[in-house]
Ligand binder design. Sequence first.
Ligand SMILES: C[S@@+](CC[C@H](N)C(=O)[O-])C[C@H]1O[C@@H](n2cnc3c(N)ncnc32)[C@H](O)[C@@H]1O
Length: 564
Amino acid sequence: MTTRGHQGSGSGDDRPRRSPGAGSAQSQGGGGPRRSQGAGGGSGRSQGAGGGARRSPGGGGGDGRGPRRPARDPSRNAAFDVLRAVGERDAYANLLLPRLLRDRGIKGRDAALATELAYGTLRGLGTYDAVIEMCSDREPDPDVLDALRLGAHQLLRMRVPPHAAVGTTVDLVRLRIGPGAAKFVNAVLRKIGSRTLDEWLPIIAPDPADDPVGHLAVAHGHPRWIVSAFRDALGSPEELPELLEADNARPLVTLVARPGRSSVEELEAAGTMPGRYSPYAAYLREGDPGQIKAVAETRAAVQDEASQLVALALTRVPVDGDGGGELWLDMCAGPGGKAGLLDAIATHGDLAGMRPPGGADASDEAPAARQAGPAGVAGAASAGAGGGVSDVGTGPEAFSGGARVLASDAQHHRARLVWETTRDAAVITADGTEPAWRPGVFDRVMLDAPCTGLGALRRRPEARWRRDPAGIADLGKLQRSLLAAALDAVRPGGVVAYVTCSPHLAETRVVIGDVLARRNDVEQLDARAYLPEVDALGDGPHAQFWPHRHGTDAMFLALLRKLP
Ligand SMILES: C[S@@+](CC[C@H](N)C(=O)[O-])C[C@H]1O[C@@H](n2cnc3c(N)ncnc32)[C@H](O)[C@@H]1O
């Protein structure tokens, strides 16, 4: 066993203790989990205590009781399989779990339990590893460690009665790993269950008075560097616990009713509730969004409300028109969430902005023929007919329709997804830093830049332990060159939306500041003025969404106008 956890007063050093085969987690600091490698690997300790004879996941005898099938406890088996796949082969839990539930016919309450077990355990890894380390006298094998994490989550954060949490986990381990490991897990879980999480925290986390960030990192299961980044971007450290709590809660599924193609009323009739801010948003409390007709027909889609609002804000900025239809560019469009909304507004107009909210027409007009598939080069500079907004002003305006959209992504398979989700947009595969379009031709450019995604941790439970702060410098270079290219692509008087799904200052304000410092042909607009329905977006001129304030991803928006 290596170093112990945070004893008593806490050292403030909450780095992960051990990370076989996982480079990134090592450097993160802050309650980092121990990363797993292949079953049975690494620890070098004798089997009896933490390992035991392995059995295949499908059951199989060896204890004289004949084969036992994991389907006996489908939820815990599914959650355990997800944890193993994340640890062994860097699987994405949010992609794997739904497939696994479908393949195994796990539904209803069993599916909900499996989801809470898998996602909750993954979110809390850092905290659970610290407790497990305090309670075990040897380093568990990776599969045993995953089972302990699963048990710890039930004991410390779910309302599973302790005897059930311990008993079901021990059964799972006996079946999936072996009797020796089951004995070990039983002993460790009993120790874990002897205290509540609140009682464990002073033992495993640094004293908040000495190291507030370190304490929050352990208490809320976030790597330390991410807590620091949130604190810097938030500006008000007293909100940090609330933010981290919101980051650990499962987000509501939010849908967008693409204007002219669907409506919030249509989605409400399918069992959703209208959104809080976006006139096109609807919340789905439970159920599979794919079963909703409008979603299946790509007239509506799953899209976070902040993603809808940043796209909407771009369309609301008045630009001085030349009398013709506008031309819009979505530079990093894949997989197509924002492009799908921009495409609908470009064609049909911001219907909700021009009528009382909820009054949009659900008509589904046949879209005009499209110009190019993902691999083709669109006639990017040939604007379609129709009137755009013409007056330069300060307040938000509803776009009236008649624009043409070019959507582009560097990756062909992502461009193909954009092609599938949009109707009228021309779609190409192109690197935004080597433009496939003439400079200065677009009226509006959406740059939804590649980023760390720290603003969407709620949706990808294991992502926080995989992100590496070392990658931010490289991302920053790409973000700066894409923003420079976006500003070159827009015509004088036109506007660029710089968007990241990350609040990290190095990806947001610092990028904007650097690019503005190098150019004298750009002014920054107050993005908040184009989102009057949303409060608490920060001090401006950018707009920063937060999960705990808005119930959305932590999305950042800056609006930049090329000077006429
Ligand atoms: C944050 S995602 C965009 C999400 C998208 N706007 C949406 O709403 O669905 C960033 C995208 O940028 C693309 N990308 C990365 N580097 C790029 C580059 N140099 N040029 C163009 N696209 C790039 C990635 O393939 C990825 O699809």
